[in-house]
Design a protein around this ligand. Structure first.
Ligand code: PHE
Length: 352
């Protein structure tokens, strides 16, 4: 009796081993017969009670062997039919295939240029300071020695922010800062000399958008205040910057200029050269390229911000970032930098 049950299981194992299935449907039929929820191996365990005790263990092992054989046969049949069916019918993922490379993001050319400028100044002891982009009139203009009717306010066509409240002493005019010089005022108000900061950030002006100018752009501001700080100190610092940024042979020139918050004021050009048609165009035929505005901090500004102009002097400078990014990376249209077109952006992947 017991032998008969053993033989039935052994016969089933042989049957499973010899089974064939050429199509996915036949494989499915195999699965239902031997592995499905009502498979024919299931009732065998019920036979256990008819097996003498000393044979129960062997019987259990034989039934398990039948189940395992069914499972591995099923795996083999399934793999075989899928190979036959080609790539598209019931395709399985090939987990050993090399992964698709993940597209990596890249730094924006403005960020790259900004980081480069910041790191040059950090290495000579400047620290980064920041201020708000929505600024009040005081920090952007008045503290910076630019009174209400001052023509310099026209130089920097301003976006005002409607606060919905009447103008008055408690309600300063709010605006999108037109330059990072507002951070000069904020820093001087809250810290004592010596002050040595750079302030990178976004600024806004009501400009007509073209290939060369935009209504939003970025600047890096610099401010140095100490006892006996001179114009020569400023010039040496800016020459150092120009050489770190554009090569150690770079020449600079300072042209007299005007800003309400510095006196004297200057603009700094770097010698770019006139070697190619392209150089000719970007320097308008002069070979010189304007990089930044600078000057000695006007004593009025020091006073406005609570610093004693009898004791301290200082210099400040401010430079646009987009112009320099365009030079460094040969970008011919500033608008590309604000369009987020991946074809443009991905050209900077891998640039650190
Ligand atoms: N704020 C000036 C500008 O936006 C640049 C500048 C900064 C000039 C500091 C002098 C000193 O053009």
């Amino acid at each position: 009796m017991a032998n008969e049950v053993f033989n039935r299981v052994a016969a089933l194992i042989t049957e499973i081993e010899n089974a064939t299935a050429e199509t996915p449907e036949a494989v499915e039929a195999f699965r239902i017969r031997y592995l499905g929820s009502k498979n024919i191996l299931k009732p065998l365990m019920g036979e256990m009670r008819n097996i003498p005790n000393e044979q129960k263990r062997d019987f259990g092992q034989l039934v398990n062997k039948a189940k395992e054989t069914a499972q591995s046969k099923f795996d083999a049949l399934q793999a075989a039919t899928q190979d036959n069916a080609g790539a598209d019918a019931g395709a399985k993922f090939d987990l050993t295939a090399p992964a698709e490379p993940m597209p990596l993001g890249s730094r924006h050319p403005i960020a790259l240029t900004m980081r480069r400028i910041i790191s040059i100044f950090e290495r000579i002891g400047f620290t980064v300071a920041e201020g708000p982009e929505v600024e009040d009139d005081w920090h952007n203009f008045t503290a910076m020695n630019t009174p209400e009717d001052h023509p310099a306010r026209d130089m920097q066509d301003t976006f005002y922010v409607a606060t919905g409240m009447p103008a008055g002493p408690d309600n300063a005019d709010m605006l999108l800062r037109t330059h990072t010089s507002s951070v000069q005022a904020r820093t001087m108000e809250t810290s004592k000399p010596p002050i040595r900061i750079i302030a990178p950030g976004r600024v806004y002006r009501n400009e007509t958008i073209s290939a060369r100018s935009h209504a939003q752009f970025h600047q890096v501001e610099g401010l140095y205040i100490a006892e006996k700080c001179s114009f020569a100190d400023m010039k040496a610092t800016l020459l150092h910057f120009a050489r770190e940024m554009y090569g150690d042979k770079t020449k600079i020139r300072l042209r007299p200029s005007y800003f309400p918050f510095t006196e004297p004021s200057a603009e700094m050009d770097i010698w770019w050269g006139l070697e190619s048609e392209h150089d000719y165009r970007i320097t308008k035929g002069t070979g010189w390229l304007e990089i930044l505005g600078c000057g000695m901090v006007d004593p009025e500004v020091l006073k406005n911000c609570g610093i004693d102009p009898e004791k301290y002097t200082g210099y400040a400078f401010g430079m646009g970032i987009e112009r320099q990014a365009m030079l460094l990376y040969n970008i011919t249209d500033i608008r590309l930098m604000f369009e987020n077109d991946v074809r443009f952006l991905k050209q900077f992947s891998g640039v650190i």
